[in-house]
Ligand binder design. Sequence first.
Ligand code: ASP
Length: 235
Amino acid sequence: LPGAPPEMLIPGGAVFTAEGKNELDAAIMDGKTQKAGAVAGVTRTKNPILLARKVMEDSPHVMLTGAGADRFSVERGLEQVDPSYFYTEERWQGLQKWKERQQTASANDPVDPTHLFGTVGAVAIDSEGNMAAATSTGGMTGKRWNRVGDSPIIGAGTYAKNGQCAVSATGSGEYFIRESAARQICDRVAWKGESLFDAAWATIMSVGAIGGDGGLIAMGPDGRPVFAINDLGMY
Ligand code: ASP
């Protein structure tokens, strides 16, 4: 982005946990079959979204976490990397700044207010009207205790259903989980007859009303993308 301010340049890599590690979450959903696959807290899979897809297509489960998910990844032959692959200096510095801010932050505040969301999301439709959504993230800087965000939770950060909508969200995941944000948009369209645009904004506002920040992309059966955000931090 020529001329973009430095904080808007995509830093790559993945954010760090409080212990200085990278734990990656991803999910994918097929709106035609309503099959879904998700992984949380994986550490060695080069492309966690491919692992989520493997869970969807090649396991009886929807969500795998931690060491088991890492093991499944090896068993299915996905490309493995040393965890240092996800290191970038910017993200490491982000953790150091987060540590400084902890001196004054409230212990129960899950959200880093200066967080710029770096999650990658996609929504899509094919020529037969089949919809899909996918989300991949490192989560939130300073996360602890094997925290899992909204991205791999079907209906919170990721959701797709043919004839309704496909959604991928980014933001302070705790609040997107509490509002069932991605599913909420589709339900607003299907049950309340709201336009996708209104449903996306109403949902972001409901996330905001309980203290959450972030944004989302959504797509309806007409293939038009919609974008809603209540803060500055979406790349
Ligand atoms: N939603 C992600 C999470 O809470 C973070 C992000 O989108 O940046 O894990």
